[in-house]
Ligand binder design. Structure first.
Ligand SMILES: [Zn+2]
Length: 276
């Protein structure tokens, strides 16, 4: 009798989203405001560190067409059609196993790439400031909501707006609860939060955006460039931290030297004015 049997609860956990598989085209060109590529040429590529891909993606809005091409051939395309609609993971999966149609030409609007890049950039920066007990920067809110006024909004309701914004992005993505009953789950079905094994890059980036905001490591804004990043250890308030790129390029070192010079000059000036 079923009622007397011990009911084994279905496990609910995240799938292996830290190693997602995306389609990467070997050749991409820029033409008439679109990134063009041949979907049939795309290779499946697994990424172990989506966080690093997200870091690069959020810098793209300020970069050149060549940088976009380098990114797309290295990490993949968003997975949208020419009108900007996201392809479903089912469409991609069926096309890969030869059961469905995949778009004949890859044509992704560049304005959409830059728009997502800048929105993700703003969301991460706002989240970094909110985690530090400060209001999000007005210019970042303007990026997300050009028609809203955020002056005088409480920190708590700014957090709610981060929630709502990310929630809406998730609604338009392939992220959802999924029943898994194949491959590694063939013996024991499970409900996981995720998507099918092959997804669009945009899904992977969005998922990692959520991971970054919710990360126990927290977020910090670089003291040299305006990018947010996950610090190695939790940032103490008032401490200036630098992202990996700025540390590697020496910008962080120069920036901290300039700051200490300014501090010393200010101390000297104060001492002089006292002496007068
Ligand atoms: Zn930096």
């Amino acid at each position: 009798m079923i009622a007397n049997q011990a009911v084994r609860p279905t496990s609910v956990r995240t799938s292996d989203l830290t190693r997602i598989e995306v389609l990467v085209p070997p050749n991409v060109i820029v033409s008439d405001g679109f990134l063009l590529f041949d979907p049939k040429e795309c290779k499946r590529k697994k990424f172990a560190h989506m966080g690093g891909v997200l870091d690069r993606f959020v810098r793209l809005w300020s970069k050149s067409d060549d940088d976009l091409i380098r990114f797309a051939t290295g990490y993949g395309v968003l997975g949208v059609d020419e009108r900007g609609r996201l392809l479903s993971d089912r469409t991609i999966r069926d096309a890969l196993v030869g059961r469905g149609r995949y778009p004949q030409v890859g044509r992704e609007p560049i304005h959409l790439w830059l728009d997502y890049s800048k929105k993700f950039f703003a969301l991460l920066r706002i989240a970094a400031r909110l985690r530090d007990g400060q209001h999000g920067d007005g210019s970042d809110w303007l990026t997300l909501y050009p028609n809203y006024v955020f002056d005088g909004t409480s920190i708590e309701s700014e957090k709610l707006y981060v929630e709502l914004t990310i929630g809406e992005l998730v609604l338009g993505s392939n992220l959802r609860p999924v029943l898994k009953w194949s491959f590694e789950r063939v013996e024991e079905p499970a409900i996981v939060f995720g998507f099918l094994n092959t997804v669009t890059l945009l899904d992977g980036l969005l998922f990692h955006l959520m991971l970054s905001v919710a990360s126990v490591k927290g977020l910090a804004i670089c003291g040299s460039c305006p990018t947010s990043f996950e610090p190695d250890t939790r940032a103490r308030r008032g401490t200036i931290r630098y992202c990996d790129d700025c540390r590697a390029s020496g910008l962080a070192h120069r920036n901290s030297q300039q700051r200490s010079m300014k501090r010393k000059t200010a101390i000297l000036q104060r001492a002089r004015s006292k002496g007068k």
